[in-house]
Design a binder for this molecule. Structure first.
Ligand SMILES: Cc1cc2nc3c(=O)[nH]c(=O)nc-3n(C[C@H](O)[C@H](O)[C@H](O)COP(=O)(O)OP(=O)(O)OC[C@H]3O[C@@H](n4cnc5c(N)ncnc54)[C@H](O)[C@@H]3O)c2cc1C
Ligand SMILES: *[C@@H]1O[C@H](CO)[C@@H](O)[C@H](O)[C@H]1NC(C)=O
Ligand SMILES: *[C@@H]1O[C@H](CO)[C@@H](O)[C@H](O)[C@H]1NC(C)=O
Ligand SMILES: *[C@@H]1O[C@H](CO)[C@@H](O)[C@H](O)[C@H]1NC(C)=O
Ligand SMILES: *[C@@H]1O[C@H](CO)[C@@H](O)[C@H](O)[C@H]1NC(C)=O
Ligand SMILES: *[C@@H]1O[C@H](CO)[C@@H](O)[C@H](O)[C@H]1NC(C)=O
Ligand SMILES: *[C@@H]1O[C@H](CO)[C@@H](O)[C@H](O)[C@H]1NC(C)=O
Ligand SMILES: *[C@@H]1O[C@H](CO)[C@@H](O)[C@H](O)[C@H]1NC(C)=O
Length: 528
């Protein structure tokens, strides 16, 4: 059965291969680019160049605010072809990045600079529960093996069809597993089930030297550690092994609009402070409740989330406690939905996403700030944040932007139940992850970026002791690699990752502007 499927896919691909492979540009003979073409051609790796008709769409990143021109894009169908792609590029010093869903905020999956080789994983799209094919996993229950190019909506549909299984992850069905599961992956069940990353039990990965290995807690544990947080710097994951869960029968999906909150910064700050206290200490606060605040255009204040439990309990007991310190009126939408209905309700896009011909794009810029449980937001910081929004938007602020303030920590959070140094992800003591997201469509870009920077600074400036970070999921191309290192990972974890980088990828084959360097944050080379 598996073999048949494989043959069908291989046959299909062979029909479409020639269109990708025939016409490389006329690179100067003897140049690195010409060597790359020779190598990929010799090894028969399906490859697209900017001379092929599909190129424009193929090379376009999701966020067209950052557009890069890769030297080539390979479309491997086998792990051998992934390995050949990496080896060909590595042998001549061309940088490599994998592309899964292509939703990197900074378009790092098209290189983050011109001239990189992109390994597009769209042909790695099988999803199979309890499949032990090609791995050392011994009949684990509910373990799914999932190709490195799968999009989240397709993942949900397929897992549900294979025994009503489910995984925690974010809200957009077109985001890819490759970037999402390796840099966090937060959704409205995450306080109960953890981040998407926390469901990874093994990974098949091609390393900088072209070797395919299986990384897990028992084989290559250091690489397994690093991939969960910094996969973009360490390899190309072709298959994920994920511990699925039984999909809940019903989920309470809620959204409470609070139109009066942003009329006064002190009301907003007081309300939020009490919400934070609720999240940290209330006996009602269990892992079964995950929520965030969305502030739309500086005007609309909405509390949104999911609760795993009884709707009547949420409606009559929890919600009044959560909202009591905010000024009314409130407009609440609360409903019990099935798993797939709940997922579909968070997005305008269908869960079923195209396998090969994806064409949606955005034009945006975002900055994030991560707060720590040990330093809850202070009244002063909240006044500074809400005061800035209210004052600026009373005059004129950008249109089409939002702040999304998601609760990662708080009482009984299963994200934070994972030990701090369990993987290359440093966020196990985070409380809120705040994302300030701006559409750049029809806007003055430098003005928007200036506003985003000022808004994001309001909090640390008012709470300098807060030890704030930034989110690995929402990479900000305006950070230098040293700033990114400290804000995403923190010096200690970064130092460890950099030492491993020196060992397994000393020449930085896997590179983007914020990838882990083989030197510490002061530029000092590390012993491998
Ligand atoms: C519309 C939208 C909604 C989002 N919603 C959420 C949300 O609800 N919650 C949340 O936590 N995040 C969310 N995100 C952030 C998202 O998780 C990240 O942008 C993520 O990195 C995207 O994954 P991708 O595979 O689509 O991206 P890609 O651009 O393909 O990859 C991102 C990075 O990961 C690397 N990479 C990709 N695949 C692999 C692989 N197989 N092996 C090794 N490295 C790989 C790439 O080289 C690149 O550096 C959202 C992003 C967008 C654009
Ligand atoms: C990279 O390529 C893009 C698209 O072709 C081009 O607009 C841009 O100027 C190039 N950047 C650099 C630094 O060469
Ligand atoms: C194609 O890419 C090469 C180098 O990668 C570049 O020199 C050339 O200008 C590109 N052509 C087009 C039409 O973008
Ligand atoms: C969370 O919800 C599940 C399923 O509804 C229930 O079994 C469990 O006891 C709840 N846990 C807590 C801490 O409330
Ligand atoms: C989600 O559900 C609410 C309440 O039923 C509805 O108003 C909203 O349109 C739904 N959103 C989507 C995207 O389905
Ligand atoms: C909003 O602007 C108006 C007119 O400039 C001013 O009178 C008012 O005080 C401002 N309100 C706030 C909350 O800043
Ligand atoms: C964009 O805004 C900046 C100020 O931030 C200004 O200097 C510039 O002239 C504006 N550009 C346009 C095209 O309006
Ligand atoms: C590739 O690197 C890995 C990790 O360092 C190592 O275990 C493996 O032996 C290397 N393979 C080859 C062929 O050198």
């Amino acid at each position: 059965m598996f073999l048949t499927l494989y043959l069908v896919i291989a046959t299909l691909l062979h029909l479409s291969c020639p269109a990708f492979s025939i016409s490389a540009p006329d690179f100067q003979s003897g140049s690195n680019e010409a060597h790359l073409v020779n190598c990929l051609t010799r090894k028969n790796v399906p490859t697209a160049y900017n001379t092929s008709v599909q190129w424009l769409e193929l090379a376009k990143s999701f966020n067209v605010a950052q557009v890069y021109n890769p030297v080539a894009i390979t479309l491997p169908t086998t792990t051998q072809e992934v390995s050949d792609s990496v080896s060909c590029a590595a042998s001549i010093g061309i940088k490599v990045q994998a592309r899964s869903g292509g939703h990197s905020y900074a378009s790092y999956s098209t290189g983050g600079k011109n001239g990189s080789l992109i390994v597009d994983l769209r042909m790695f799209h099988t999803i199979s529960v309890n499949d032990i094919f090609g791995s050392n996993i011994v009949s684990a229950t509910g373990v799914a093996s999932v190709g490195g190019g799968v999009r989240l909506g397709n993942l949900d549909l397929s897992l549900y069809a294979q025994g009503k299984r489910a995984l925690p992850h974010g809200t957009c069905p077109d985001v890819g597993i490759g970037g999402h599961f390796t840099h966090g992956g937060y959704g409205y069940v995450s306080r109960a089930w953890g981040l998407a990353m926390d469901t990874i039990i093994g990974l098949d990965v091609v390393l900088a030297n072209g070797s395919l290995i299986h990384a897990s807690a028992s084989t290559y544990p250091d690489i397994y550690f690093a991939l969960r947080g910094a996969a973009d710097s360490f390899g190309i994951i072709t298959t994920f092994y994920l511990q699925t869960l039984a999909a809940p029968k019903k989920i309470v999906v809620f959204s409470v609009s609070m139109p009066a909150v942003l009329k006064s910064s002190s009301e907003a700050a007081h309300g939020f402070l009490r919400l934070q206290e609720f999240a940290l200490t209330s006996p009602h606060m269990t892992r079964n409740l995950t929520f965030g605040i969305v502030i739309e255009g500086g005007k609309e204040f909405t509390l949104k989330g999911w609760y795993l439990g009884y709707e009547s309990y949420f409606r009559n007991t929890m919600l009044p406690v959560i909202t009591e310190t905010f000024p009314g009126p409130f407009e609440a939408t609360i409903s019990s939905r099935t798993w797939l209905e709940s997922l579909a309700n968070e997005t305008d896009k269908p869960l079923e996403q195209p396998l090969t011909d994806y064409r949606d794009h955005g034009l945006f810029y975002a900055k994030s700030i991560v707060t720590r449980e040990a330093y809850p937001l202070t009244f002063k910081a909240l006044m500074s944040f809400f005061g800035f929004i209210i004052a600026e938007c009373n005059a004129s602020c950008p249109t089409n932007w939002r702040s999304i303030i998601n609760l990662y920590g708080g009482r009984d959070s299963q994200i934070n139940a994972v030990p701090t140094f369990a993987s290359g992800y440093s966020g196990r003591n985070d409380l809120w992850v705040i994302q300030n997201f701006f559409s750049l469509e029809g806007q003055n870009r430098s003005k928007v970026i200036d506003f985003a920077s000022k808004l994001t600074r309001t909090i640390p400036e008012a709470q300098p002791e807060g030890q704030f970070g930034a989110s690995l999921s929402y990479v900000d191309p305006m950070l230098s690699w040293q700033e990114a290192a400290v804000l995403y990972y923190g010096p200690e974890l970064y130092h460890w990752l950099a030492a491993l980088k020196r060992k397994v990828d000393p020449r930085a084959v896997f590179w983007n502007p914020q990838a882990v360097h083989a030197v510490d944050i002061y530029g000092v080379p590390l012993e491998g």
